[in-house]
Design a protein around this ligand. Structure first.
Ligand SMILES: [Zn+2]
Length: 304
């Protein structure tokens, strides 16, 4: 093992922490050692700093909790080994066209994105990726099993991967970061994310591992505190939008230009698409709950 990569063990699970505790663009690598099968959950950038002994030679298969560029970085080292991806995300793993639809940014932004994905995230499609469904189980031998729990919102196929009977839950990009939930891609969904956040405490777990930044929780109270703070970011964003509408009717474009997730003027084509889709989903909720009215001119105003 590369001695510079910090790690922690929880029963059959080893977590290799990426730079800055796995802050994006890095992540935390989870490897589960069953009685006869060794599984990697996702393959963030840190995977490429692990030795062949720990990674290429040891790992028998990979299961992705969801598809995004920062979770596929080490797949090139596991060519020819089974790769399992939830059925709602699997096309994004299989082809570049599938990944384009998954992101849904404007064509020019996606064209510019691919070389960056290849250079910085070792991106390569995996046409051989196999689809799994909610509740899928893998028996790793020695009484150790992995179960997929579909918790969509971040992506349509986002899942928690729970190692049983130890109750170790890899919760992926429900990452409990101070940034808050991310639902800015075409296949992301705010309503699904809210329902997944509400269901997360019901997971039968004692250890929770996130992909980024927060790392590992080994006690329920701090985990639930972090989850509450993370969920509250949704209310913060809603409050910002309502505050801006107090000044008068606004279009999605104008609201996006002021920045909700990112600072105003930060924009690249893809971040503007992310802002627009994030804001649109909040406005749809506010219209549905009767607090905001959509006009024919594509502008939104507070209900009088
Ligand atoms: Zn992600």
């Amino acid at each position: 093992m590369n001695p510079e990569t910090p790690s922690a063990r929880f029963g059959p699970v080893t977590v290799y922490f990426g730079e800055k505790s796995g802050k994006y663009p890095d992540g935390n690598q989870v490897i589960v050692h069953g009685g006869d099968t060794v599984v990697a959950f996702d393959t963030p950038k840190v995977a490429n700093r692990l030795s062949a002994e720990v990674f290429d030679d040891a790992v028998d298969m990979a299961i992705l909790g969801h598809v995004h560029e920062d979770h596929m970085c080490g797949l090139h080292r596991l060519r020819g080994k089974p790769l399992h991806v939830h059925e709602r995300d699997v096309e994004a793993a299989r082809s570049w066209d599938g990944l384009r639809r998954h992101f849904g940014y404007p064509d020019a932004a996606l064209d510019a994105f691919r070389p960056k994905l290849e250079a910085e995230f070792s991106y390569a499609p995996r046409p051989d990726a196999q689809a799994y469904a909610d509740g899928a189980e893998w028996d790793l031998g020695g009484g150790i099993r992995v179960r997929a729990v579909h918790l969509p919102g971040h992506t349509a196929g986002h899942c928690a991967l729970v190692v049983e009977p130890h109750g170790i839950a890899f919760i992926g990009d429900i990452d409990l970061s101070t940034f808050g939930p991310y639902y800015g891609d075409a296949t992301s969904n705010l309503g699904d994310f809210r329902r997944s956040l509400a269901r997360l405490p019901e997971l039968d777990a004692k250890v929770w591992i996130t992909s980024h930044h927060k790392g590992v929780y080994t006690e329920r109270a701090p985990f639930e505190d972090a989850l509450r703070a993370y969920t509250a970011r949704l209310d913060d964003r809603e409050a910002v939008l309502l505050d801006r509408l107090r000044a008068g009717p606004q279009s999605v474009e104008a609201l996006a230009a002021d920045g909700l997730l990112y600072p105003a003027g930060y924009g690249t084509e893809s971040t503007r698409a992310i802002e627009r889709w994030t804001i649109t989903q909040h406005l749809d909720e506010l219209v549905a709950s009767g607090r905001v009215v959509a006009s024919d001119e594509g502008r939104y105003r507070l209900r009088a």
